[in-house]
Design a protein around this ligand. Structure first.
Ligand code: GLC
Length: 799
């Protein structure tokens, strides 16, 4: 039977008619006359998994992406047979399966079309790859838009584009360049106000085509492996992302210092230079929590060694830095220098831990140390060994975080920039070639690092940052977007990449602020800092070839503006930490593109620049030189300009002033934003008072505040403090109700409420039904009020 002549002529094969349909618990097994096997698993009411085998049998089921903790189970499942189709129904979805050709159509429970196969599953034998290229094609729905897919440096809406997932070291990449450092084969579709996602859990080189090759057809395929994908229904885009994140795993909370400002360069050395940089931050009173040691701290780039000439006493230095409130983060790359006098090399060699070519010799390639061999991180025994290597660095020397780089794996001076495809991998007991293991190599290195650091830094929390990633890497590590460039275009790219990564399950992400390659002007650096403080991971890093990139490297005006914005980050730490908690608990992205924030507003579909930082703050970076402001889109609803407190009605584009010392910033009406006092580093001060900025609204809005000991695991035993504030505003009344959960006792005793644009003059204050004196009230421009942190209801009544 010919399903699609065009595809058939190109050598594709298709399933024929269904000849058996069997239900086994949560699975359906369907076979066709030409021996195609389809397995449908009902993972949740809104999540279906599809596996296809062209030749009637599946290989062992194994995935690095899917989390063991993923929620499984459904409320309702039924199926029926009609003349031409089978129908599977959950409480959220209905799947129609065409008996003649195995094509699928998915509807919501009310019969609204969500997603439909075009040719559906098909495949083509590839002589070159020695396997089938497994393919899926879908009909593009009217006005359908596409989002997601990790770190693609292109327009936020992927409609009309084709992208490739192959983890690649892409120094000084350009706009639209593809592929880059991450492979996250997950996209989100949106049409008719309905959103769904597809996660193609295949680690081979994969491609996604959003109407580029054939108009009105969306397709994806892999150069090997299985057609194995998850269909995730929303209808809200946020539900798609939270469900995807649940499936591929959520991280644990990082230590709070990891959300502070970090300073890095390739490289700070010798020791005196590191100390100088640290001291300068304190002298200039620019908050900073971490300082990075790039490859030059090592002895000829041998991992887990120190250059004793530059760093004669690593522990002494790290201790002193800790004393000054700096955490030290050190880089570790995968390449192990071929050197018989290097104990780690000898040990890995003796224990047979290195990757090998198909015919037996060790995989050998050039990286920073020169010729190297590479541990096979897909072997659990190798990972355990690698974890153990961190003992000295973390437990003895006191380094607090580890930076994994070059783990694509990158190889220098070869055209493919990586291993040859014949290299063998253990793949957790499923031996395979590099074609299959390439995209998860870096992820497995990050996993081994995470497990080691976690063990040796205990009872504190680990902090890992990785460059390469596959879907699910968020369980182990934060990440940055690799070797960008100090250009205005890259500032735009930075914004796209962070938003895209956040909706691809990896919220703990940032860019090299100021650009890695080349030198930013002071103005560009300022604009990048203004964006970077709203990214979950906030680090300045540069190649160091073109001059310095510390906050004081430009002029005094730059230093002052940079200080102002880093201070703002520190004030907003409780808000950011709360967003992290929501990410950990619910899978909610910490940065939200406008289309996710309000998908019913079609104006948001092609927006790129504006985004939500957490759930209540709207940010729009200035992306051009010599700007005094910019036009931007304000989403529906009412918003307060953060700087002027003027209220704007959204749903339209407006001009916003933002001279060099400002960035367009808005707060959602009704929000209560918690703020800490400025600290030079997390834990410098005991927090005595938390400020709550209250943005009056006539109506209701809910805000939350999560806090704990900022490190350690007590929070898992319930020692956290989770406050919910419900604001209800009337013409001359404002009510704030507080509900508290968790047993952590915060060190502060009171809140200072900063009431923005209260439309009435306060006559009476009632705290928990008791009238209180007006003496706690201050009115000078703004109205502020001190209240006990444990109030349950605050009632402000106007004259
Ligand atoms: C890579 C990294 C960069 C690092 C450099 C030296 O280019 O992406 O961040 O500074 O290697 O280690």
């Amino acid at each position: 039977m010919i399903v699609n002549t065009e595809l058939e002529q190109k050598g594709n094969q298709f399933p024929s008619a269904i000849n058996s349909f069997v239900k086994e618990k949560d699975k359906f097994l369907i076979t066709t006359e030409n021996d195609v096997l389809l397995q449908i698993t009902v993972v949740r009411d809104s999540v279906l998994r599809f596996r296809y085998a062209p030749n009637g049998s599946f290989p062992k089921d194994f995935s690095y992406a899917i989390s063991e903790d993923a929620v499984r189970g459904y409320n309702h499942l039924e199926y029926s047979e009609e003349k031409d189709r089978y129908i599977i129904k959950t409480s959220k979805l209905q799947l129609h399966l065409n008996k003649a050709n195995l094509q699928k159509t998915i509807y919501d429970i009310d019969g609204k079309l969500i997603n439909q196969d075009e040719a559906g599953f098909h495949w083509e034998y590839s002589y070159e790859h020695g396997s089938d290229i497994v393919k899926m094609s879908k009909a593009e729905q009217k006005m359908e838009c596409y989002y997601g897919l990790g770190d693609k440096p292109m327009h936020f809406n992927l409609k009309g584009k084709r992208v490739e997932n192959w983890v690649t070291d892409q120094y000084a990449f350009g706009k639209d360049q593809d592929p880059l450092y991450k492979a996250i084969p997950f996209y989100i579709g949106l049409h008719s106000d309905i959103s769904y996602g597809i996660f193609f859990d295949n680690t081979f080189r994969t491609f996604f085509d959003f109407g580029d090759e054939r108009r009105s057809v969306m397709s994806y395929w892999a150069q090997g492996g299985e057609m194995n994908y998850y269909f995730i229904y929303g209808p809200e885009m946020n539900q798609v992302v939270t469900n995807y994140t649940d499936l591929t795993g959520k991280p644990e909370l990082p230590p709070l210092w990891a959300l502070g400002y970090h300073q890095s360069k390739w490289s700070y050395y010798p020791e005196s230079n590191v100390r100088e940089i640290a001291q300068k931050f304190r002298d200039l009173k620019i908050p900073c929590d971490a300082i990075y040691l790039d490859i030059d701290y090592m002895d000829e780039f041998r991992c887990f060694t120190w250059n004793k000439e530059y760093f004669p006493d690593p522990k002494g230095m790290v201790d002193d830095l800790t004393e000054q409130g700096f955490q030290t983060v050190a880089i570790i790359d995968p390449g192990i220098k071929i050197d018989k006098d290097y104990d780690i090399y000898r040990e890995a060699l003796e224990k047979d831990y290195f990757c090998k070519r198909a015919d037996g010799p060790l995989m050998r390639g050039k990286v920073w140390p020169g010729e190297c061999n590479f541990p096979d991180f897909t072997n659990p025994e190798v990972r355990a060994w690698w974890s153990g290597l961190y003992k000295e660095l973390i437990e003895d020397i006191g380094v607090k975080g580890v930076w994994n780089d070059m783990n694509e794996p990158a190889v220098m001076e070869v055209p493919t920039k990586t291993f040859p495809l014949d290299v063998r991998h253990n793949y957790d007991g499923n031996p395979c070639s590099h074609s299959k293991a390439h995209n998860i190599y870096g992820m497995q290195m990050a996993k081994a690092t995470y497990e080691g650091v976690k063990q040796f830094v205990y009872p504190k929390r680990p902090f890992i940052i990785t460059r390469a990633a596959y879907a699910g890497t968020q369980r182990y590590s934060s990440s940055w977007t690799g070797d960008n460039v100090a250009s205005w275009e890259h500032l735009w790219i930075a914004n796209q990449q962070v938003q895209r990564m956040a909706i691809s399950g990896m919220s703990f992400i940032g860019t090299d602020i100021g650009g890695f390659a080349e030198q930013p002007t002071g103005e560009l650096f300022v604009r990048w800092i203004q964006l970077g403080i709203f990214h979950p991971f906030c680090r300045t890093h540069s190649s160091g070839d073109h001059g310095d990139q510390e906050p004081w490297a430009f002029d005094e005006n730059v230093t002052n503006i940079v200080r102002k914005f880093i201070e703002l980050r520190y004030k907003m730490l409780p808000y950011l930490y709360t967003a992290f908690y929501q990410y950990v608990e619910e899978g909610t992205p910490m940065v939200q593109p406008l289309v996710l924030f309000d998908q019913k507003d079609h104006q948001t579909y092609y927006r790129t620049d504006e985004f939500m930082f957490g759930k209540q703050i709207l940010v729009c970076p200035i992306l051009e030189p010599n700007s005094k402001g910019r036009r931007m889109y304000i989403p529906r609803g009412k918003w307060y300009n953060y700087w002027t407190h003027d209220v704007v009605q959204g749903g339209k584009e407006v001009w916003v002033d933002a001279d060099i010392d400002s960035i367009p910033l808005f707060v959602k009406e009704g929000a209560i934003i918690p703020k800490y006092p400025v600290q030079q580093y997390v834990g410098e001060k005991e927090i005595e008072e938390v400020e709550l900025e209250v943005y009056y609204k006539e109506g209701k809005e809910k805000s939350v505040l999560y806090e704990d000991a900022n490190d350690g695991y007590d929070y898992k035993k319930g020692r956290f403090s989770y406050r919910t504030f419900k604001l209800t505003g009337h013409k001359n009344q404002l009510i704030i109700q507080q509900h508290k959960e968790g047993s952590y006792v915060t060190p502060y005793t009171k809140f200072k409420l900063d009431l923005k644009r209260l439309p009435f003059e306060i006559k009476t204050i009632e705290v928990d039904n008791q009238e209180t004196s007006l003496s706690k009230l201050k009115v000078n421009g703004n109205t502020s009020l001190e209240v006990d942190k444990n109030f349950t209801e605050l009632h402000l009544i106007g004259k």
